[in-house]
Design a protein around this ligand. Sequence first.
Ligand code: DOR
Ligand code: ZN
Length: 335
Amino acid sequence: MQIKLSSPLDMHLHLRDADMLKTVAPLSSYGFAGAIIMPNLVPPVTTTEALLAYKDRILSSTCRDKFEPLMTLFFKNDYSYEFLKKAKKHIFALKLYPSGITTNSDGGVSSMDIDLLRDTFETMSELNIPLLVHGETNGFVMDREMEFGSVYEQFASNFPNLKIVMEHITTAHSASLLDKYENLYATITLHHLLITLDDVAGGMLSPHLFCKPIAKRPEDRDALLKLALSAHPKVMFGSDSAPHPVDKKESCGCAAGVFTAPIALQALAMLFEKHKSLDKLQAFISDNARKIYGYKPIEKEVILENIPFTVPKSYKDVVPMFSAEKLPWSIKSVL
Ligand code: DOR
Ligand code: ZN
C-alpha cells in the first residue's frame, strides 16, 4: 500500500545552528516542503539581520531539497511598530517564550500582564503577524500548561484580531480552549500523540523522551489524539523536533527535547493507520496549516509505502525517537 502526501509541513521545528544545523536540516527538508523555524538560538534571533543570515545558513544546509524555512523572531516586548512593519516581509510569526521556561529561553517574557504586552500585541494584530506561544508557567511540572490556560484566554479575548497558536499542546484542557476562542489554534507534536509520562519516567528513565512540556496523562494524550485523528481544523502538525547531542541527553541534567524530524512522517503514518484515520493525515500534516496561515507551500509529493524502515541508531551524535527500532512505513519517493 502507498500513501501520497502533498507538501507536508512542520509548523514547529528546531534546527539549531553550525554543525548541528548541517546534520539535522536535511533530515527535515527531505520530506517536508516547509517548516516554521524556532528562534531560540544563543543569542536568540531578535533582529532582521540575524534572521536573514540564519535563513541563508538554513537554505545552504537544505539546498538539495525543495524546502522553505518560515522564519520567526524571538518575541520581545520592545519591538517598535516601525521595526515590525519593516521586518514583516521576512517573518512568518513571533515566538513568545516565558523567561527561562525551556531551552535557551532566558531572554523571554517575564510577565504575562496584558497591559505590558498590549502595544506589541496591537501592532501584531494590525500587521497580521501571528503569535506563537510556549504556554507554561513555572509551577508544578504537570500543571504548568493548565495554569497557563488563563493566560491564553486573556490573550485571545483581549486581542481578537491576533492569531494565537498554542504550541505543542499536551493537555485535554488546552484542547478544550480551541472551540472557545475563534483566534486560538494549536500545534501537536508526534511524541505527545504517542507517549505519556509513564513512557518518560514510569520505568527506567528515558532521557530521549524528556521534553517540555513534559508528556502528561493518558486522558490528555487521548484528547490530543482525538484532535489530530479527526484533523480538527484548528490543529496542525508541529514536530517540536529538538535535537541535542547525545552527551547532553544521556547525562546528569538531561536537556529537554525529542528528536523526531527524520521519522515523523513514517511514524505518523503508523499512528493514523493504527487508528484507521489515514484519510485525515493530509489535513493534519499540511492542509490545516495552509488554511490557518493562508500559506501556499512549495509543491512536493511524498510517497510512503508500507515497507519497514529501520530507524538509524543515531544521526551523527543525535539519537532519534524509535532509535534502532523498526517502523512499518518508509518514504518511497519525494518529488
Ligand atoms: O523540549 C523542548 N525542547 N521544548 C522546548 O520548548 C524547546 C526545545 C529545545 O529547543 O530544545
Ligand atoms: Zn519548540
